[in-house]
Design a protein around this ligand. Structure first.
Ligand SMILES: CC(C)(COP(=O)(O)OP(=O)(O)OC[C@H]1O[C@@H](n2cnc3c(N)ncnc32)[C@H](O)[C@@H]1OP(=O)(O)O)[C@@H](O)C(=O)NCCC(=O)NCCS
Length: 129
């Protein structure tokens, strides 16, 4: 069953300006070390993509998770994956959405992203199975 759907569209130029204004604090607030490592070849693009992914996840989760709770990683094929580090509030929210306690029920996250610079768009679907 689908718990939530989120989408986000960012302007790469705006997000890059934000990063350039506060490079250390912005990266610390938005990205996890593994994400910085993955996008180290182009950190401005990576930062903007991570921003879009995470805003889509935050919307799908109805703001029960924040940037620091989300990790974006990739399979060898390139497919993006989502890991939620602290999903307590999200689980409570999911229980409310389906009208019963989800207990140890597995939350599954699907995410995808597309870019046609300067625009980057991400979509996230959260499912309980
Ligand atoms: C909720 C949030 C994701 C909305 O993003 P935004 O960039 O302000 O706005 P967008 O134009 O992308 O999206 C607006 C849509 O988000 C959706 N939205 C609003 N509140 C929401 C919520 N609590 N949960 C899920 N979706 C929500 C609505 O569909 C809204 O459409 P509407 O304007 O017709 O009502 C954002 O405000 C937020 O809280 N982000 C959390 C992270 C954060 O703190 N970011 C600040 C920078 S550090």
């Amino acid at each position: 069953m689908i718990i939530g759907v989120g989408t986000d569209l960012v302007d790469f130029r705006r997000i890059s300006r934000l990063l350039r204004a506060h490079p250390d604090s912005a990266i610390k607030k938005i990205m996890r070390p593994s994400e910085v490592q993955f996008y180290k070849g182009n950190i401005e693009l990576g930062f903007s993509k991570i921003w879009a992914y995470k805003e889509a996840v935050i919307k799908a989760a109805n703001k029960t998770v924040g940037f620091a709770d989300i990790e974006i990683f990739h399979l060898d094929s390139g497919l993006s994956q989502i890991r939620i580090i602290n999903d307590e509030q999200l689980r409570e929210y999911a229980s409310r959405v389906i009208g019963k306690h989800i207990g140890c029920g597995r939350l599954t996250y699907h995410a995808t992203l597309t870019d046609e610079l300067p625009y980057i768009s991400a979509v996230c679907i959260i499912e309980i199975c």
